[in-house]
Design a protein around this ligand. Structure first.
Ligand code: DGL
Length: 280
């Protein structure tokens, strides 16, 4: 499929998908990007698998009917690792999900010890176990799950001060665990965490390589859509908690989003056209 401006919907529980959106925008493809954040339900990492498998496909089906994207990026590991098949069954357009970057981490590690930072849900998922068994057999994977880091990334993008406690807790939890001193590669398996890359690197007890999935998703999306080379155009960002999202508008406007929409917090998830416009 070759299309001058394929319309893509990038989805996450909150601002984490912006780390993926940044990689897509940097990849140099003529894509028209909308964004939806289910911030009324954040954090996904503390929700049950059954609740996520019910909500995420219903929300994305409804948004697909209203916004008519031609492809969806589920830019959320917590949703992708439990609900990707259900999302694919709910819509009739290509869906690209995020996979925790275990495979590249296993290829890079020299010590044989990989750190895995994700949400509490993703670290305990069978999907994650399978990925480790398939791609990191013979490696040691030290896991740490943090919902506090998700909130810290949200605060950062709202421009709020942060005391660094969530970053310190995650670093201590990872590098202080058995085997943690030998970690040389950390897989960031939550899309919120690359937004705290500098803070995490500064707090780490020794230098390591930090891996995320953004560039791989951008490559996969370009393949799936057959997008032409060009510049991405950012259009509309929608939020299921529009009031809480107002403080986030600047983080979206600075990336080029022009229009902000309210999405109903429960089915039928009706999107009102506009709750704000970028002033710049
Ligand atoms: N950004 C999401 C992820 O990649 C999860 C954040 C949340 O817990 O809501 O896992």
């Amino acid at each position: 499929m070759v299309n001058a401006m394929t319309r893509v919907l990038v989805f996450d529980s909150g601002v984490g998908g912006l780390s993926v959106l940044d990689a897509i925008a940097a990849s140099g493809h003529a894509l028209s990007l909308d964004y939806a954040a289910d911030n009324a339900w954040l954090p996904y990492g503390l929700k049950s698998d059954a609740d996520l498998r019910a909500r995420v496909p219903a929300l994305l089906r409804s948004l697909t009917e209203q916004w008519a994207p031609q492809a969806i990026v589920v830019a959320c590991n917590t949703a992708s690792t439990i609900a990707l098949d259900a999302v694919r069954a709910a819509v009739s357009i290509p869906v690209v999900g995020v996979v925790p970057p275990i495979k590249p981490a296993a290829a890079l590690t020299k010590t044989g010890v990989i750190g895995l930072l994700a949400t509490p849900a993703t670290v305990r998922r069978a999907y994650t176990d399978d990925l480790i068994a398939q791609f990191a057999a013979g490696k040691r994977v030290v896991r740490f799950g943090s919902a506090a880091l998700v909130e810290a990334a949200e605060r950062k993008l709202r421009g709020e001060a942060d005391d660094g406690a969530a970053v310190r807790e995650a670093i201590t939890g990872l590098f202080g665990a058995p085997g943690g001193a030998e970690i040389d590669v950390v897989a960031l398996a939550c899309t919120h965490f690359p937004l705290l890359a500098q803070e995490l690197a500064a707090a780490a007890p020794h230098p390591v390589q930090w891996l995320d999935s953004g560039a791989a998703i951008a490559r996969r999306l370009a393949q799936v859509t057959g997008a032409a080379t060009g510049q991405a155009r950012l259009r509309r960002a929608g939020f299921t908690d529009a009031d809480a999202a107002r403080a986030l508008f600047p983080a979206f406007a600075v990336r080029g989003f022009s229009t902000f929409a309210r999405i109903g917090a429960s089915a039928p998830f009706e999107a009102e056209p506009v709750i704000g416009e970028a002033s710049a």
